[in-house]
Design a protein around this ligand. Structure first.
Ligand code: NAG
Ligand code: NAG
Ligand code: NAG
Ligand code: NAG
Ligand code: NAG
Ligand code: NAG
Ligand code: NAG
Length: 776
């Protein structure tokens, strides 16, 4: 989700709870029932729907007003999972659980939604040797976007010059409120919406007290889905800007790819029953890439609908790309960490929007702003009295709505602390109270993170240290004053990419054996398409209109990688999702634009912050070698991790006997493009061996040699050190031994890498990050 909008959505949630009437239906909750795939008696049940209803007939008792069991059924799933979603009371859920053929009964879960320039920053250009020309801009690939829907009139979804709809496409254009068949075109080739799971939780979602209009259709009332879809595959729009700032040509990463819209997120977030229905259709419709900028907290895989639905998608050759979440920089905050998912963290770009605060005493505090006055108006740089309302009304330091007293802020520059309410909302609160300008001061946890917003009044966001300095000045001055000095849009001055402060970090809490996130992509201050029904802040009060706005979050990073996956797929339609991910990971950049290692906010490098590094589209279509993974390999890996038969069946829908699998695969390793090993803290260290298999997708007759950067205190040995591939698709394996020599006294992780280098072709450098952890 764009980070601004989390609190925005929660605000509406509060309204609804107060209005919710208690009815008999309150005892019913939504459950997702998973069935054993092989147990449907096809001589008895004509369709899956009949089979699914038979379970409800056995386990549910109809209330008087209910006409049939099918009234309880929300979704009968076909592909993403085996089973259905239904409204049940607790007793019925228990009864269902004990019926033969049922493998799990889980309550519906709520998930949250976690550019004019970013394509250039990723090195995408019109060079005849570049990835755009070579992939024909992602020609023919279909990206399915599970999100808040789409605003089809946005110029980013103009289909001029788009190829015809691919022959294999089986999707539909579902009509609904404010959305008609002709809203689909050769850019938006499909659109569907799923509201049943959401609606049963909020039956009165059409209530007039809910200030936001929800379209019961694929039309986007929030903007998030419009933004992410255009980032992945938006058409070129010359002269795009946010009210004059960031002017340039807006373009998605794969402007030649088609978009299929699956609206699963509504004002109260995204329910897993709706998400699964969306994934279900997307697989059957024939998407090549699924993009999910949503998620929750780390969840065991067998309880995580996104992990479960995406296993089936990956099995059918669909690459699933997910946002890592915005709960960084805390360790173990990464979500969507299933090994078959590509998990994406967020990075910064070198585009800045400087807006310095010059204090009355001459001190200058660096800040950033996307206030349009930034470019045009001298009025916006006027000297103003400065006020910080701490100790005033409750919440006034955060500029909560209605907390500021008009007499003390009227006509002044108001300091607001970050936190509690949305950033844009603070600006609106200051404007409503008569304030003339706002300085948004980061909290300590925000450091100097500078996600900008298109505030409704002149404003700037300053770092934590700057905030402390500012408040000291206010305290010590009889009449504190300040003015803004705007610097427009500046490109190329600062070090980038760097990992965004909020980007969720590994190691994975549920699957620590796999390094997550997999990679990073731009996710800070991303400009992309926006509904003209909303102001650029997304606030209802914001009367300004723009076809573009700026958002930050791993939600914005994810569609960049979805676009790259589409480019890779259109060049290599036969590659598996694992091969596509391997290509993106092993060619990712680990150096920033100054050639220095990519850093996090503490000026450190960390594999658990950036995974394999920043995705590099041009290199990813020609990686030389890939680490491929078959769906069965994921199952073997789950066996090794100790998942039991029921859990594995819940995740994969396969009847697995782990004991047999483990007997046959004594030395099995998941062929992941990164390497994670855990060394025991033993007095006599035992070497740990890891095995990998490389497949040649570069040129025949290729020889590669390995180069290793050992993690500190760990000895690494690779055997063999040279691999020769005679033909294309030749497979060669190698082993790596890790042995602890000296335990480094740091936070329990040391990192390194290994890279396979082609003997003569310089572009073939196949790099894997290595993370070594140890248990005490
Ligand atoms: C893209 O990569 C190819 C090698 O695969 C290289 O020859 C070319 O110069 C690169 N082009 C751009 C525009 O970076
Ligand atoms: C400002 O002064 C008040 C009262 O003297 C004090 O409590 C507060 O800590 C000071 N704030 C800063 C930022 O110096
Ligand atoms: C948005 O784009 C449309 C189509 O290009 C254009 O007609 C309209 O004027 C634009 N709206 C704004 C607010 O820029
Ligand atoms: C990181 O480095 C930059 C530039 O060298 C410096 O301005 C900044 O204060 C450093 N940040 C931290 C947290 O050390
Ligand atoms: C699952 O496998 C077990 C043992 O391999 C077998 O006994 C059982 O019948 C199988 N169940 C189904 C539904 O295939
Ligand atoms: C683990 O490592 C620490 C630090 O090197 C050492 O002091 C301790 O004795 C080790 N514990 C065991 C069980 O080997
Ligand atoms: C690979 O090398 C062998 C021996 O050097 C040669 O006979 C063969 O034609 C080469 N294959 C290709 C595809 O270049």
């Amino acid at each position: 989700m764009g980070r601004q909008h989390n609190s925005f959505l929660f605000l509406f949630l509060v309204f609804t709870i107060l209005l919710y009437n208690t009815t008999k239906a309150q005892d019913l909750r939504t459950y997702i029932i998973q069935l054993h795939p092989n147990e449907m008696d096809t001589s008895f049940y004509k369709t899956k729907l009949h089979w699914h209803l038979s379970f409800l007939e056995k386990a549910t008792v109809l209330e008087e007003e209910e006409e049939s069991h099918s009234a309880r059924l929300l979704y009968s799933y076909d592909t993403a999972i085996e089973g259905f979603a239904a409204r049940l009371n607790e007793h019925e859920a228990m009864a269902l659980k004990s019926l033969p053929g049922v493998i799990s009964v889980q309550m519906d879960r709520r998930y949250e939604l976690h550019t004019t320039y970013s394509h250039k920053f990723l090195g995408l250009n019109f060079s005849p040797t570049g990835v755009w020309v070579r992939s024909k801009f992602g020609h023919g690939a279909i990206i399915g976007v599970l999100d808040t829907g789409i605003w089809p009139e946005s110029p980013s979804f103009d289909d001029s010059g788009m190829p015809p709809v691919p022959k294999h496409w089986r999707g539909i254009c579902q009509e609904g409120e404010g959305f008609i068949f002709s809203n689909c075109n050769r850019k938006i080739i499909g659109a569907r919406f799923y509201s049943k799971g959401h609606r049963v939780n909020y039956p009165d979602s059409r209530d007039t007290t809910i200030p936001l209009l929800e379209y019961v259709s694929p039309r986007d009332a929030h903007g998030h889905g419009t933004h992410t879809s255009s980032t992945a595959a938006g058409s070129a729009v010359p002269g795009a800007s946010v009210l004059g700032l960031g002017l340039g040509t807006a373009r998605g990463v794969a402007p030649g790819a088609h978009i299929a819209v699956y609206k699963v997120c509504w004002f109260d977030g995204c329910y897993s029953s709706d998400i699964l229905a969306g994934i279900d259709d997307a697989i059957n419709d024939g998407v090549n890439v699924l993009s999910l900028s949503l998620g929750g907290f780390p969840t065991p895989l067998f309880e995580d609908s996104i992990a479960i639905g995406s296993f089936r998608a990956v099995e059918r050759g669909v690459a699933v790309i997910c946002a890592a979440g915005n709960n960084g920089p805390a360790a173990m905050s990464v979500a969507n960490e299933a090994p078959w998912i590509t998990t994406v963290g967020a990075s910064t770009m070198d585009r800045r929007f400087p807006a310095i605060v010059r204090l009355g005493n001459g001190e200058m505090l660096y800040g950033e702003s996307m206030y349009p006055g930034n470019k045009f108006s001298k009025q916006a740089e006027k000297r103003l009295d400065l006020v910080y309302e701490s100790g005033g009304n409750q919440g006034a330091e955060y500029c909560l709505k209605g907390s500021l007293s008009r007499t003390s802020v009227q006509g002044k520059m108001v300091v607001c602390d970050r936190g509690i309410n949305g950033r844009s909302e603070k600006g609106e609160a200051v404007r409503e109270a008569g304030g003339a300008a706002m300085v948004l001061a980061n909290a300590e946890i925000n450091h100097d993170e500078d996600s900008v917003d298109v505030h409704v009044l002149p404003s700037t966001v300053i770092g934590y240290e700057e905030g402390v300095q500012l408040k000291k000045y206010i305290n010590s001055s009889a009449r504190p004053i300040a003015r803004f000095i705007y610097g427009g849009t500046k490109v190329g001055r600062s070090r980038a990419p760097a990992v965004a402060l909020f980007s969720a970090r590994g190691p994975s809490a549920t699957i620590p054996s796999v390094l997550k996130p997999d990679m990073i992509a731009p996710g800070v201050n991303i400009i992309a398409a926006w509904p003209v029904s909303l102001g650029p802040t997304g606030l209802q009060e914001d009367q300004r209109r723009s076809n573009f706005t700026v958002l930050s979050g791993t939600s914005m990073a994810c569609p960049h990688v979805s676009g790259v996956a589409a480019l890779v797929r259109s060049v290599h339609p036969e590659w598996s999702p694992a091969a596509v991910r391997s290509a993106m990971m092993t060619t990712a950049d680990v150096a920033d634009h100054l050639g220095k290692p990519i850093m996090d906010e503490k000026n450190k490098t960390s594999v658990f912050a950036m995974g394999a590094g920043q995705v590099n589209p041009n290199r990813s279509i020609d990686p030389g070698l890939v680490y491929d993974i078959r769906p069965e390999d994921y199952i073997t890996h789950l066996c090794i991790l100790g998942y039991n038969q029921v859990q594995i069946c819940t995740i994969t829908h396969r009847n697995t006997s782990c004991s047999g699998i483990l007997r046959r695969n004594k030395k099995f390793n998941l062929n992941y493009p990164s390497i994670t090993v855990n060394l025991q803290n033993l007095s006599r260290p035992v070497p740990v061996m890891v095995q990998r298999v490389l497949t040649n997708v570069g040129t025949p007759n290729s020889t590669y040699t390995v180069q290793v950067k050992s993690p500190k205190g760990v000895a690494v040995k690779v055997v063999p050190e040279k691999l020769t591939f005679l033909k294309l698709n030749d497979r060669k394996s190698f082993r790596v031994w890790f042995e602890m020599r000296k335990q480094e006294a740091n936070d329990g992780v040391v990192d390194g890498f290994l890279v396979w280098k082609h003997s003569s072709i310089g572009r073939y450098r196949v790099r894997s990050p290595i993370a070594v952890t140890w248990t005490m």
